[in-house]
Every structure is written in structure tokens, then in C-alpha cells.
Design a protein around this ligand. Structure first.
Ligand code: PLP
Length: 260
């Protein structure tokens, strides 16, 4: 029987990131995708030109409609935009038993802010404690952990800070550390499990939606019953292939390949 996953995220009209990336990734990995839209963005491979948040009552209603009907096996959040939306998501239902992946989306590669600065506190206190896994990149990990990250030891310390916020596990993605020998991500669980996953660097500018696609793949593998650690390894293989196969669509940063 096909498993169901839910993404709570923003729309990317360009189709490479956000809810579109999540649903395409779910489909590719054999999971039935459902969605609750948090914001509409006008964007393409050059960047974001407009953002319209969705009314919080409509966000809650979408989540409730899906949860009440489907046996949802895993959930992810992406762009949440504001404090109000974070509270609405937190209050939408009794979060228990369904693994939640939080991709703490903050700033798009083109520089657009996808999370208001003052909403970081709500993200840390309302949603991170509900997460099975939080998946920050290095700049997002710096904001969540409240520290600068320069070395491998800093990454370890930041991971511990994020676990201390109440997350079940954290996956700090090293894709912004171009000086490192590999694209290496650190997984740390609240239970003390710890390992890194590595891939060779890919020389490409077509990486739009990488973070969304990676966390959606992780969610799909969790929906299919994999453990958090196995899901991370499988998702890393998927995202590496997706980046290697990036699509030359549009004139800017093309999307990662959701058929990878
Ligand atoms: N747009 C939306 C709706 C997103 O959720 C995200 C990422 O999470 C992005 C854009 C950012 O895409 P990128 O920074 O990969 O270009």
C-alpha cells in the first residue's frame, strides 16, 4: 500500500523549490504527497519577486483536512515565513507519533527572506521541540544555535545546541563550506548517535531547491518506514544524484533534478 506524506511549505512558481520540489520528490520516491500551502512566492531561476503569506486559518484547515482523512506517515515543514504561521502550524493538531522533518528555511539563494527575522524564536520554541529531525544548512545552524560556525568542532557544538532545543535529531548540511574536501553533513541524535554522510563536490550552478529536495527525500524515506539514520543515508544519495543531474532550465540557477 502506498504511504502518505505531508509537506507544509511555500509555493515556488518556478517549480524547483518549495512545495513543488517536495511533491515531485515524494512522487519520485513512491510516496503519495499531500500539501498545506503556507505562502505563495512569485519566483523563477533568478530569484523571488513577490511573497504573499496564506491566511493562518486556511493553513490550519489544510493540515486538519489532510490529517483527519489520511494515515500520514511523515510530515515536513519548509518555508513558514512568520511567527503567526509557525504558531498556526504548531496548533493545527496534536503532534504525536508522526515523524516531523523541519527544514528551517530562512533565506533563498537569491537573497530573499523566506522567514522573518523575528520568527526565529517561535521556530526554536514551538516547532523544533516537535521535530524528529531538523535539517539546517550552515547559516541556518548558526542562527538556530546562536553561534558562528567555522570548524568541524563548531558544527558539533552547534548540533548539540540544536538538540538541546528539544529536537530528536539534527542534520547539519555542509554544502556552504566550499573549503571542505567533501560535501559533508553531520547527523546527531538526541540519543547520542552520530555520523557524517559525504559526497564529492559537484561543479554546477543548477542547485535551486536543493535543501527542499533533500528534506523531502528524507521525509519520503521516513514515510516508508526507514529509521532516521537510514533515511539520512538514502536521502544523501538521492540529493547527490539530483545535484549531479541538475537541470538547465531557465536562465539563472536551474533546479536540482527531481527524477534523479
Ligand atoms: N522558495 C521556496 C518556497 C522555498 O521553500 C525555498 C527553499 O527552501 C526556496 C525558494 C529557496 O530555494 P533556493 O535557495 O534553493 O534557491
Amino acid at each position: 500500500m502506498v504511504r502518505v506524506a505531508l509537506t507544509i511549505a511555500g509555493s515556488d512558481s518556478g517549480g524547483g523549490a518549495g512545495i513543488q520540489a517536495d511533491l515531485k520528490t515524494f512522487q519520485e520516491l513512491g510516496v503519495f504527497g499531500t500539501s498545506a500551502l503556507t505562502a505563495v512566492t512569485a519566483q523563477n531561476t533568478f530569484g523571488v519577486t513577490a511573497i504573499q503569506p496564506v491566511d493562518t486559518a486556511i493553513i490550519k484547515a489544510q493540515i486538519q483536512a489532510v490529517i483527519e482523512d489520511f494515515d500520514v506517515k511523515a510530515i515536513k515543514t519548509g518555508m513558514l515565513f512568520s511567527t503567526e504561521i509557525i504558531y498556526a502550524v504548531g496548533e493545527a493538531f496534536h503532534w504525536s507519533g508522526i515523524p516531523l522533518v523541519i527544514d528551517p528555511v530562512m533565506i533563498a539563494k537569491g537573497g530573499a527572506s523566506l522567514l522573518e527575522r523575528q520568527a526565529v524564536e517561535a521556530l526554536k520554541t514551538v516547532l523544533v521541540p516537535l521535530a524528529a529531525i531538523v535539517t539546517p544548512n550552515i547559516p541556518e545552524a548558526e542562527v538556530l544555535a546562536g553561534m558562528e560556525i567555522k570548524t568541524n568542532e563548531d558544527i558539533e557544538r552547534a548540533a548539540k545546541h540544536i538538540i538541546a532545543l528539544g529536537a530528536g535529531a539534527v542534520l547539519i548540511k555542509g554544502g556552504h563550506r566550499k573549503e571542505a574536501p567533501y560535501a559533508e553533513d553531520l547527523f546527531m541524535g538526541a540519543d547520542g548517535e552520530r555520523f557524517s554522510v559525504r559526497a564529492p563536490w559537484t561543479d554546477t550552478k543548477d542547485t535551486h531547491g536543493t535543501g527542499c529536495t533533500y528534506s523531502a527525500a528524507l521525509t519520503a524515506f521516513l514515510a516508508n518506514g526507514e529509521t532516521a539514520a537510514n533515511a539520512v543515508v538514502s536521502a544523501k544519495c538521492f540529493i547527490h544524484a539530483a545535484i549531479e543531474d541538475g537541470l538547465k532550465i531557465g536562465g539563472g540557477h536551474g533546479p536540482t533534478n527531481h527524477w534523479a
